[in-house]
Design a protein. Structure first.
Length: 116
């Protein structure tokens, strides 16, 4: 649980770099799940893999994607401030992102209890 929360916060904070590291990490995570799926399927354990992933992974993967979205909000607020000055827009984006991050922490806690 703690590791997943750390990963989610890394996804969020890396949004400050125009969202590029967040995009990379989301793609890397998606590729990792796909590669593990194919690895297990090639050995005849595809169904068992997905049954294990669906127990708690559905919550975790969804929360990681939402953390990535919070990172994109942070990057967008800095890159495209609109009519506000950049610092004010960034503050608002950071505030919105932190609200999202606080909201997904309980999801990781529930997912930890559903594991095995």
């Amino acid at each position: 649980m703690i590791n997943n929360i750390k990963v989610a916060f890394i996804f969020f904070v890396s949004g400050i770099f125009c969202g590029i590291p967040t995009m990379y990490k989301l793609a890397e995570t998606g590729a990792m799940v796909g590669i593990f799926d194919e690895l297990f399927a090639s050995h005849g354990y595809g169904l068992q893999f997905w049954l294990v992933v669906f127990v708690h992974g559905t919550l975790e993967i969804t929360a990681i994607i939402i953390a990535g979205a919070a990172g994109f909000i942070l990057g967008k607020s800095f890159l495209f401030p609109g009519t506000k000055n950049r610092i004010e827009a960034f503050r608002e984006g950071a505030k919105d992102g932190v609200k999202i991050m606080i909201g997904i922490v309980p999801v990781f806690i529930v997912a930890a209890f559903l594991k095995d």
